[in-house]
Design a protein around this ligand. Structure first.
Ligand SMILES: Cc1cc2nc3c(=O)[nH]c(=O)nc-3n(C[C@H](O)[C@H](O)[C@H](O)COP(=O)(O)O)c2cc1C
Length: 177
């Protein structure tokens, strides 16, 4: 804790987008992420197409971000229509990029660890990162303070808003060297 609130975007067989909430995931290697993935419509979609999007949920997208973690496209065909999310045009068309998120990664499945009927640990390579210009810092890199990202608290099943910068990594500790 805290865990990220990742929104995994894929396409259903009929071409409509799907999204699910995943909090059991994170950085695996420098350019790779890992997601503990159960058996979902998303899992089926990933078996057909290994490219998917990963967006970071925000305060503004919170109710719909929770909703996509509560219902499955297997049972609710108009799942994404209910969120009001729109897909934005992107250079690659294999994975949906939703308009509501400040930052979205495009990933490709690299490995499925311990795969079974109930899911797997998905390792994926990050192939691109898209960030809305209004969320860039002066140095041209993503500024998470501007995005109002949320994290997941598994103890209270709560979403917590990320706060302000607290220090400089690989630097502030030098005062004790
Ligand atoms: C806060 C939260 C976190 C979740 N984290 C995960 C996760 O890490 N892995 C997973 O497989 N499912 C996770 N889920 C459940 C899926 O999001 C959920 O089963 C979803 O309905 C799957 O949608 P789909 O069948 O349309 O793909 C989470 C749900 C919530 C609400």
């Amino acid at each position: 804790m805290p865990q990220p609130v990742l929104i995994i975007g894929t396409y259903n067989p009929d071409g409509t987008p799907d999204a699910m909430n995943a909090a059991w995931g994170g950085q695996w290697d420098a350019n790779e992420i890992m997601i503990s993935l159960g058996s979902h419509a998303t899992t089926d979609n990933l078996n057909r197409c290994p490219v998917f999007s990963v967006a970071f949920a925000t305060v503004d997208s919170l109710p719909a971000a929770d909703f996509v973690g509560l219902v499955s496209a297997r049972k609710m065909p108009d799942k994404i229509a209910r969120t009001g999310w729109q897909t934005v045009p992107s250079d690659q068309t294999e994975a949906p990029v939703f308009d509501v998120f400040p930052m979205t990664m495009l990933c490709r499945v690299k490995e499925k660890l311990k795969e079974s009927a109930t899911g797997c640990y998905l390792v994926a390579e990050i192939i691109d990162i898209l960030c809305d210009e209004q969320y860039l810092a002066d140095d041209g890199k993503p500024d998470v303070e501007k995005m109002r990202l949320i994290t997941f608290d598994p103890v209270h099943h709560a979403y917590i808003e990320l706060g302000k910068k607290a220090g400089d990594a690989f630097s502030d500790g030098k005062t004790l060297i």
